[in-house]
Write a protein that binds this ligand. Structure first.
Ligand code: NAD
Length: 475
């Protein structure tokens, strides 16, 4: 067990109060971190005000060089990052390696996007009176960015905020999820080693419900970038005041399997897309909407694949997926599956719990109004609903307060076009599930799934402000 410090105002600080970080699989305490209070939050924002001044004064090529150095260090430390991720999240080491391996790339793309962010020349003479003037836009950093992140991808989702924010010339106060502060602290070390000005990043550990409202209400903060549940996202909108907000929130992503689909391909992709990271992915497949004629064949193809997924010890070597983030969360997932079964759905495989591990489940005959379809599950199960035709499939897909991602399996171009036009989601995948992301692409949901886009180019846009300049000729 190690005692870790947080990083505030250019210094590592141990704080007075402490809190435990657990290995969710074993329940063992692996570290303690400070439980920051109001004074720490205030100090972090005050430091970021000065940090933002320093970052804004740094030329873009110097900011980019820092991030590129950090990317090289991250590449060298993939194993250490992966082990930290697996230990504090309970995800399988192989999955954690995949996450850690993307760090360098995100930092490099961020460096590039920050260095090439530009304004545009405005055709002012398109409007009467605009003749003889020169108009253009300039992008400048927002200043102080508060980044609040969830537990499920403690490196990836932190990097998607911190990378673009620093590349664009901001200072960041990062509040990582309570369960997963160690990966964020490791990233902070890497960025400092790469030469980041120490006041440009604070990583403040502790309770989200205590620190979050303080950071989000602070008028010195200009931008909040939040990834987490829709409930907390809504709370943030109530305290934020006049600030720029990006909210990456919850989901119940659907995947449609139409009658003409390649059933094997659909089953193979869903057996991955519903279970990666034990289903704790915002773009996880939760609802599978299958057209009547292929319902039986699809289940026949899906079940053996799901049965073959091994859930167990994240560091043990053979497990495909590890535990959920806590035993409490595992109990909630177990209960939701049992509740669906109690209401007439059939659990065809899985759904059993051992500590924080839930065995991968397929539940058939789930009503669209059942909690297993309607509420975000964030666990290793898919809810299968049978529909008559494409109209009904699209209607059921849209029958959700969320809209993050969606997939369709079909070879019918017309059905695919209807799907992309009519399904309300931020990302639409034809012949794949929603569980797919290339780091540079725009990423963010519609409806209750949020506001704004990540992906370094889009995050840089959201973390900079546009000024309009007009030079008036005197003649
Ligand atoms: P959460 O909402 O419980 O916590 C997220 C973060 O908010 C944590 O750092 C937490 O400490 C902090 N927080 C808690 N209360 C707060 C408050 N009142 N004000 C400000 N911050 C507060 O989410 P979680 O359980 O860590 O993560 C799972 C959720 O994240 C799921 O809903 C999932 O869909 C969502 N998520 C969304 C995306 C996306 O890109 N859309 C990606 C990953 C996860």
């Amino acid at each position: 067990m190690s005692e870790r410090a947080m990083f505030i105002g250019g210094e590592w600080a141990t704080g007075d109060a402490r809190q435990d970080v657990l290995n969710p699989y074993s329940g063992e305490v692996i570290a303690t971190v400070p439980r920051a209070g109001a004074e720490d939050a205030d100090r972090a924002v005050a430091a970021a005000v000065e940090g933002a001044r320093q970052m804004r004064a740094l030329p873009a090529h110097e900011r980019a060089a820092i991030l590129e150095r950090a990317a090289d260090i991250a590449d060298e430390r993939v194993d250490e990052m992966a082990r930290t991720i697996a230990t504090e999240t309970g995800k399988a080491l192989s999955e954690a390696r995949g996450e850690a391996g993307r760090a360098g790339g995100i930092l490099r793309v961020s460096a590039h996007e920050g260095a090439t962010a530009a304004g545009e020349v405005l055709p002012l003479d398109a409007s009467p009176g605009g003749e003889g003037k020169l108009g253009f836009t300039l992008r400048q950093p927002c200043g102080v960015v508060v980044a609040i992140t969830p537990f499920n991808y403690p490196l990836l989702l932190v990097l998607h905020k911190v990378g673009p924010a620093l590349a664009a010339g901001n200072a960041v106060v990062l509040k990582p999820a309570e369960a997963t502060p160690l990966t964020a602290l490791l990233l902070c070390e890497i960025l400092l080693e790469a030469g980041l000005p120490p006041l440009a990043l604070s990583v403040i550990t502790g309770s989200g419900s205590e620190l979050g409202p303080l950071l989000c209400a602070d008028s010195r903060v200009r931008k909040i970038s939040f990834t987490g549940s829709t409930r907390v996202g809504e709370e943030i909108t109530r305290v934020a005041g006049v600030k720029r907000l990006s909210l990456e929130l919850g989901a119940t992503c659907p995947t449609l399997v139409l009658a003409d689909a390649d059933i094997d391909a659909a089953a193979a992709a869903i057996a991955t897309g519903g279970y990666v990271n034990a289903g704790q992915v915002c773009i996880s497949v939760q609802r599978v909407i299958v057209q009547g004629p292929v319902h039986g064949d699809f289940l026949d193809a899906l079940l053996p694949r799901v049965e073959a997924i091994e859930a167990g010890d994240p560091l043990g070597g053979s497990a495909t997926i590890g535990s959920l983030i806590s035993e409490r969360e595992a109990e909630r997932v177990e209960r939701t599956i049992a509740e669906a079964a109690g209401n007439g759905a059939r659990v065809l495989v899985g759904g059993d719990r051992d500590g924080a591990v839930v065995s991968p489940a397929v539940v058939d005959g789930v009503e669209p109004s059942a909690p297993l379809s309607r509420d975000e599950l964030f666990g290793p199960a898919v809810a299968v609903t049978r529909v008559a035709d494409v109209d009904e499939a699209i209607r059921v897909a849209n029958d959700s307060s969320y809209g993050l991602g969606a997939g369709v399996f079909t070879n019918d171009v017309t059905a695919a076009m209807r799907f992309v036009r009519e399904v309300d989601a931020g990302a639409l995948h034809v012949n794949w599930t929603p569980l797919w992301r290339a780091d540079p692409m725009p990423y963010g949901g519609l409806k209750g799934s949020g506001i704004g886009k990540e992906g370094p180019r889009y995050a840089v846009e959201e973390m900079t402000e546009l000024k309009t300049v007009v030079i008036h000729g005197l003649s």
